[in-house]
Design a protein around this ligand. Structure first.
Ligand code: 3EB
Length: 320
C-alpha cells in the first residue's frame, strides 16, 4: 500500500471537514483576530438547496466519498430559536438519512445573541431544547454517544448549524474532569446540551482523527475563574489535556502539539494574554496553525473556548 497517498487522501478529507467550519465560521463570524482563516471555499460545495416549507431555510451540501458535510441556515426571528434549532437539526438529520447510512460526528453551531434573555429564557437554553427534540425525533443519541460540537454566539444573522457525518458510528470520548454536558443539572437549562467532549472518526482504514468539542473553563459542571481570562485559559488547556488522555483509551495518543485549534474569545482585548498562555502549551507548529476569533461563549461567565481536531499518524490505532 502506498502510505503516502493514503495520508494525502486523509488530509484532503480533513481539509474538507475544515471547509465546513470555514464556511460556517466565515458566514457567522467577523475576520479572525489572529491566524489565517481556514479555507471557506463555498464554491466547492456541491449544491445550495432551499429547504421545504416544513424547515424554511437553506442547505449547503458537500459530498466527499462516504463523507458528508452540510450547513443549514434558518432565520429564527419569526418562529423563535427553539423551533429554528429543532428545524435546523431535523433538516440535517433528514438530509443525512436520504443520503444513506450516515452518522453525524460533529456539529458546529453559531447562534445570534446566544446569551440574551428572550421571552423568559436565555437563547442558548432555547437552542438546547430544540436540538434535543430533534435528536429524539430522529432517534439519534442525545446522551452517551452524542457527536462532538461547539456552540458560539454571534451578533446577528440566522441560526447556522453545520455537520460532518461519516459511514461509521463515531467513538465518543468524555472528560473525567467534567460532568458530561448531557448530564448537566437543570440549573443550566431544562434541556441539556447534546454533545460529547470529543469523537474519534476513522477517515480511512487505520487512519483516525479526533474531533474535540468546544472546551472551556468548566470543572465538574461549574465555571471556574469567572472574570479571570488567564486562569480560564489555563483551565481550558488542562481540560484539553484531560480529553486527550481519555481519548487515548480508545485511540492513538495525542498531545496538545497535535491539535489544530480554533480559539474563541469573548473579548478581543484578551487576545494577547490568552496567546501568552496558549501558544507555549501548543508549541510552535500548533500555535502557527491556530485561528483566533471573537465570539460569545454559551455561558455568560466564560471568556474563552477552544475547539480542535487532530489527525492521528497512520498505523497508531489503539490496541482494543
Ligand atoms: C461547555 O463545556 C461549554 O452546546 O454544543 C461547548 C461545546 C459548549 C459545545 C454545545 C457548548 C456546546 O458546556 C459550552
Amino acid at each position: 500500500m502506498n502510505l503516502g497517498l493514503a495520508a494525502v487522501a486523509s488530509e484532503v478529507k480533513v481539509a474538507l471537514a475544515v471547509d465546513c467550519l470555514g464556511v460556517a465560521a466565515s458566514r457567522a463570524l467577523a475576520a479572525p483576530l489572529h491566524g489565517s482563516a481556514r479555507r471557506d471555499n463555498a464554491s466547492g460545495w456541491d449544491a445550495r438547496e432551499s429547504l421545504d416549507s416544513a424547515h424554511a431555510g437553506t442547505l449547503l451540501v458537500r459530498r466527499e466519498g462516504s463523507w458528508r458535510f452540510a450547513l443549514v441556515e434558518i432565520d429564527d426571528r419569526e418562529m423563535g430559536l427553539q423551533e429554528a434549532s429543532r428545524r435546523a437539526y431535523s433538516a440535517l438529520f433528514s438530509w443525512l438519512a436520504r443520503e444513506g447510512a450516515l452518522y453525524p460526528a460533529r456539529f458546529w453551531n453559531y447562534v445570534a445573541e446566544i446569551n440574551r434573555e428572550q421571552g423568559g429564557s436565555e437563547r442558548y437554553r432555547q437552542f438546547n431544547a430544540g436540538r434535543q427534540q430533534a435528536f429524539f425525533d430522529a432517534r439519534h443519541d442525545a446522551f452517551e454517544g452524542a457527536p462532538a460540537a461547539c456552540a458560539l454566539g454571534v451578533r446577528s444573522g440566522p441560526l447556522r448549524v453545520a455537520v460532518l457525518a461519516g459511514p461509521q458510528t463515531p467513538v465518543a470520548v468524555e472528560n473525567p474532569r467534567q460532568v458530561s454536558a448531557y448530564r448537566y443539572p437543570v440549573d443550566y437549562g431544562p434541556r441539556p446540551p447534546s454533545f460529547s467532549r470529543a469523537a474519534w472518526v476513522e477517515l480511512e482504514p487505520d487512519r483516525q482523527a479526533l474531533l474535540v468539542s468546544g472546551t472551556a473553563s468548566i470543572v465538574g459542571h461549574e465555571t471556574r475563574h469567572a472574570g479571570d481570562v488567564r486562569a480560564q485559559a489555563d483551565e481550558t488547556l488542562r481540560n484539553l489535556e484531560a480529553v486527550l488522555r481519555a481519548a487515548a483509551r480508545t485511540g492513538p495518543s495525542l498531545a496538545l502539539s497535535d491539535l489544530v485549534c480554533t480559539v474563541y474569545l469573548r473579548h478581543a482585548d484578551d487576545l494577547e494574554p490568552v496567546r501568552e498562555r496558549v501558544e507555549p502549551a501548543l508549541g510552535p507548529a500548533a500555535a502557527q496553525a491556530a485561528v483566533w476569533y471573537r465570539a460569545d461563549i454559551c455561558r455568560s461567565d466564560l471568556l474563552v473556548e477552544i475547539e480542535a481536531h487532530a489527525l492521528a499518524p497512520q498505523g497508531t490505532a489503539a490496541c482494543a
